[in-house]
Design a protein. Structure first.
Length: 361
């Protein structure tokens, strides 16, 4: 993917006043020492190289929708990814989309649906930038990035080399990839393979099939699927809305735990709250609904610690939200109470889904 020419990255004039709370959807996090906005892939490489050469800690931020940063902030450069651009090439019955890392993801989905390119319609309404989508193999409503990712354009901070990784090298798993637990790699852009088709991928998720009137495994017009997914997401507070604190979150705060067998305390878990899944080390296991575990352990919608401005979303037990003025410490305290409560009640350990910066669960 060629880099587009553009000005070098510029330290923001307002760096001194920038707080991570202003750059993240959870709205917590203290000051950044310096904010650098990178508006092209080459500017992104330059910004990262400059921080690395000077020995300054560097934090990449796209849409800030999967980041929880401590109240102490970030003691170095925050590089905001704002590279834009998308190119399309036909390839038989498919189209290949080369997308710069800073393109807002949902704009890409909207374009694909409008153009009749199938593959990402169930991933409608997910906040953030395209460059972050392979980082945790973004997924929703029965699909994820592994279905469409062709390759990733990567800057390696250790070898100081740029290269193209085929999708299988990214090791996409459930909310996981080769990028998720490392700061070594910078995603400069992604290539997606979509099908030219007016109808969706086969739909597996019951709430979506019900909304579009399709059978399980059936297909529906792309625009209908997008509309259904957006409506479902909005009803759960999973579409960003500046006026609705139920959406001031990182989406799901915990991943759905995958266990080898049902723990004794969970013998009566309803069928709708668990599914077969592959264990992290291989082999068949059981994926449990973290939302069900949280809610049935007593932390229902709206649950909060007395005096805290952090609360479980009123619309979804899996989202921890900032009700206005919450600190990162309050968010983490709430997460710990929930994690400990679920562990005590069911013997299942919940793990955080977002990147925690200067914070520990
Ligand atoms: C309301 C809401 C709903 C959500 N729903 C979903 C959902 O349905 N499914 C889902 O999977 N996620 C969901 N999320 C989580 C989040 O939107 C996704 O993980 C998204 O891809 C994050 O993109 P971002 O640009 O905001 O990443 P950021 O939050 O800015 O960054 C996340 C992590 O990736 C790193 N990173 C960012 N960009 C790059 C890059 N170019 N190269 C290397 N590392 C990078 C950051 O350093 C950080 O560690 C939701 C979040 C919210 C707030």
């Amino acid at each position: 993917m060629p880099a587009s020419a553009s000005p070098a990255p510029v330290p923001s004039q307002a760096s001194a006043r920038i707080r991570l709370a202003d750059l993240t959807t959870l709205r917590v996090g203290g000051p950044a020492q310096q904010l650098v906005r990178a508006e092209s892939a080459s500017a992104l490489i330059d910004a990262v190289r400059a921080a690395d050469a000077a020995g300054r800690p560097m934090l990449l931020v796209g849409g800030g929708s999967n980041l929880a940063v401590s109240d102490a902030g970030w003691p170095g450069d925050v590089v905001q990814i704002a590279s834009r651009g998308l190119r399309v090439a036909a390839d038989g019955d498919d189209v290949l989309l080369d997308i710069e890392a800073g393109e807002p993801w949902d704009d890409v989905v909207a374009l694909a649906v409008e153009q009749g390119w199938s593959g990402i319609e169930t991933l409608s309404g997910i906040p953030g930038c395209t460059g972050a989508t392979p980082v945790q193999n973004v997924g929703a409503y029965g699909s994820d990035m592994s279905r469409v990712l062709e390759s990733v354009d990567v800057w390696d901070r250790v070898s100081a080399q740029r290269s193209t990784w085929p999708a299988d090298a990214v090791r996409l798993g459930y909310r996981d990839s080769a990028f998720k637990h490392s700061d070594r790699f910078v995603v400069l852009g992604v290539r997606l393979r979509l099908q030219v088709s007016a109808v969706s991928i086969p739909l597996e998720y019951a709430q979506v099939t019900a909304a579009v009137g399709a059978a399980t495994g059936g297909r529906a017009p792309l625009a209908d699927v997008r509309a259904a997914v957006l409506a479902l997401r909005a009803s759960k507070g999973m579409v960003l809305d500046a006026g609705d604190p139920d959406t001031w979150s990182v989406g799901s705060f915990f991943t759905n735990p995958v266990v080898a067998a049902l723990p004794p305390g969970l013998a009566a878990v309803p069928d709708t709250a668990h599914w077969p899944a592959v264990l992290p080390g291989g082999g068949l296991g059981i994926k449990l609904s973290a939302a069900w575990l949280i809610q049935s352990a007593g932390f229902g919608p709206g649950f909060s610690i007395v005096g805290s401005a952090a609360a479980v979303s009123g619309k979804h037990a899996l989202a921890l939200t900032n009700r206005g003025g919450a600190t990162a410490a309050q968010i983490i305290d709430l997460a710990r109470v929930i994690r400990d409560g679920v562990l005590t009640r069911y013997g299942v350990a919940l793990l955080a889904e977002p990147r925690l910066v200067g914070l520990e669960l």
